[in-house]
Design a protein around this ligand. Sequence first.
Ligand code: MN
Length: 147
Amino acid sequence: MAVRKAASDFAWEGVGRLPYKEADGVPFKAISRQTLFSDPRLSGELRYFEIEPGGFSTLERHAHMHGVIILRGGGQCLVGAEIHALSPYDLVTIEPWTWHQFRAGRQEPLGFLCLVNSERDKPQLPSTEELAVLRANPAVARFFDES
Ligand code: MN
């Protein structure tokens, strides 16, 4: 299908809205995933994620990169040791092996496109020690405690 029309409210024809991750024991809250482009002839995939107000993605890192474009609402992201406020059309580059997490604002969702390699490694979660190192930064600790 060459064109799949946009429906209202960040939905598209023929695209299912899926739970974010199926794996057990991976911490995240109130987030859905729609795969917009995925084809064996493409090296990348483009997904649309939406985090409900107060929700957040998994804190993780991995060898593959992300290119993220904010489309809806607002919130914050942690990238490495930096916290950034997010607004529509902001671009976020997640370098390899960089800790990252996205959070919606309390009153608004956070919707974004995420570009990734089709073939990619499995994300790592922080160990207790790694989490303690991240939390030693007061701004990062505040970001975690906002949930
Ligand atoms: Mn990731």
